[in-house]
Design a protein around this ligand. Structure first.
Ligand code: GLY
Length: 289
């Protein structure tokens, strides 16, 4: 059993995953529940996730989320979804109950409503912080937030099932309809029950051009450890952009042995727990010296 999450703010989610895994729950329920709690928390919206996330340039919060199990073909995602505070739960329903894999915009919202989700007015999706940031953006064209703190979570359960999920409200003040890497399989996330799983965070407009999550899993298949695989994928991207300053990208991974890895082009805290550890641990990589 093991769990890993992107950024410091994933700690409560990884703690929740630890408790659920120790309770014998399956990896998909674990990821969905832990993710949904963060998505619905207005305070973590400032980390560009769910309720309280930064809106698009028209002031509307649009969220992307996805979930992928290690079993072949088990994937569901939503993109540019408005008015739903727990988009990962809709992504799970897409995986379980829809003949499709990715639903966007109004179609995703209609599907969510059919599945019993209540669409909330946009004001409910904003926090005081994100509403103020949006006003400043309108008045001064000033972005108080440039980051891309996507929440990525991976869980490996007692029965050996692995699931990865990601959730984001996307680039602050983005164009309406903009979708980043997060809900795209192979880009924002990937899982294979014979190998392991990976998730990405960072500048989704760039990340999606490199399929880094799929690449990490493929390298683990070839025998690299999660850490080696994440570093090899980052190095490959850096080599391909040949000397240009690398865009923001952070990668986390977990293999079927419960080994964890990460790599990043910027200072990147991630949190993890594995069987035998008493507490969730945080590591920061690529800290400026
Ligand atoms: N990585 C999240 C996004 O750019 O939307």
């Amino acid at each position: 059993m093991a769990a890993v999450g992107t950024w410091s703010f994933s700690r409560p989610a990884v703690e929740r995953m630890r408790c659920m895994l120790l309770d014998g729950q399956n990896a998909t329920d674990v990821v969905e529940t832990a993710m949904a709690e963060v998505e619905d928390d207005v305070d973590t919206g400032r980390h560009i996730v769910g309720r309280g996330g930064f809106p698009n340039f028209k002031g509307v919060v649009e969220c992307d989320a996805a979930i992928m199990e290690g079993e072949p073909g088990r994937f569901g995602a939503v993109a540019a979804l408005k008015g739903i505070a727990q988009p990962c739960r809709v992504a799970r329903k897409v995986m379980d109950r829809s003949p499709h894999s990715l639903l966007v915009g109004e179609g995703a919202e209609s599907f969510a409503q059919e599945q019993g989700f209540i669409s909330e007015p946009n004001n409910n999706m904003l926090s005081d912080h994100s509403a103020t940031a949006y006003q400043e953006f309108l008045e001064k064209n000033k972005r108080v937030k440039d980051g891309h703190d996507t929440l990525g979570l991976i869980a490996l359960d007692l029965s050996g099932n692995i699931t990865v999920g990601v959730s984001t409200s996307g680039a602050p003040f983005k164009s309406p309809g903009r979708v980043g890497d997060s809900p795209l399989p192979g880009c924002g996330l990937y899982a294979d029950h014979t190998v392991g799983a990976a998730a990405a965070t960072g500048d989704g407009d760039k990340i999606m051009c490199y399929c880094p999550s799929f690449h990490v899993v493929q390298l683990m298949r070839q025998g690299l450890s999660p850490n080696e695989a994440c570093h090899a994928v980052l190095a490959d991207i850096q080599r391909r952009i040949s000397g240009d300053k690398c865009f923001e990208i952070g990668l986390i991974s977990l293999n079927m042995k419960g080994e964890v890895g990460a790599a990043s082009s910027v200072a990147f805290p991630y949190t993890f727990w594995k069987q035998g550890m008493d507490l969730v641990k945080e590591l920061v990589i690529n800290q400026p010296k």
